[in-house]
Design a protein around this ligand. Sequence first.
Ligand code: CAA
Length: 391
Amino acid sequence: MKIGIDKIGFYAPHLFVDMNELAVARNIEPEKFTIGIGQEKMAIAPITQDPVTLAANAALEILDEQDKEKIDFVIFGTESGIDNSKSAAVYVHRLLGINPHARSIELKQACYGATAAIQMAKGHIALNPDSKVLVLASDIARYGLNTSGESTQGAGAVALLISAEPKILALEEKSAYLTDDIMDFWRPIYSDRAFVDGKFSNEQYILFFQKVWEQYKEKSGFGITDFEAICYDLPYTKMGLKALRTILDQGTEEEQQRLLENYKVSTKYNRMVGNIYTGSLYLSLLSLLEQKEDLADGSRIGLFSYGSGAVGEFFTGILQSNYREHLQIQHHRELFEARKKVTVPEYERIFDNTLPIDGSSIELDTDSDPAVICLSGMKDNMRLYINKLNQ
Ligand code: CAA
């Protein structure tokens, strides 16, 4: 039985800041951000969007009534979760009207959370071939204004429907993974911003990639020649390229060219969104599938997942027949076209406009947010959500 990705949904908030303008405001040469880091636009979450609403909006576009009946497991991977006890999956489960007889949980290991969720979903489907699992990867990356991590912020979510006989990508059995207790990036529970040792995190990302790639080759007997493309977790688009370059000499000129070209396509969406932590790898996969028109059915795609702290995994999937017919290409084009640029001062105001943490109530203006599912306020320390389709 094949198990894998049956549908992929994506959502990013409607606001972005231009990286050239951010660079000028920070007295930095724009090329550092656009070439050195490799980012053009950075998605900005208004106060009416949080990881729950981003994920729910991403899933909304892919689920039909039959999916909602069949889903019996909702797994939410996030590293910017909104509650230290209740899982974000439970909110999404209600907002989307999923079958009540479902398990709903949150998984955490930095950007690796959604990959762990997919592997868990795979096991669940193997035991329950008729069921479907909704995997959500949703985050708002915040390092702080004027910090060195600022240019690698972003916001957005990817929703993946995992099932038997998937229409898009069948996951293969062999995968390689690694854990090492390091402090390259972390966020203590009292902080809404991440702490990071930037250079160390870059080094560890590359080291983890090299280790799991070598382990994968040993386990599978495959090498570069067997891959049409490799997608990477992309905190910024230059990061994956640095890792890819370290193995390119294992392939012929033609193979190197192919992997580099496909890598470039796999970064298109990420360049316009920024870091979405858990969803970044899957946004890169989506970018490749939607933006590369002639990627043949049956191609093998490699996926490198890295979650600081740290856990890394390299796994693979095979593109299914007519997979392009099951993508939401037009919908995503419209989503990107409808976004609105904010100035740097506006972005700074949005960044600093946070929810109360003293128990006071707040009502938010959801009319100015085009998203279907929004955070409408807070009362008695509880977040209140609306689905505009149910109003
Ligand atoms: N034109 C072109 N390129 C330029 C340039 C210019 N005018 N000026 C500088 N550059 C280049 C630099 O040469 C450098 O390129 P290389 O890395 O290829 O040498 C690049 O721009 C970045 O320059 P710096 O290293 O000087 O940048 P920085 O000190 O501001 O830090 C960063 C960059 C470490 C990524 C920082 O933004 C950061 O800490 N970000 C958060 C951490 C992160 O994203 N780590 C990635 C791995 S961890 C992970 O993947 C998990 C996760 O999501 C966090």
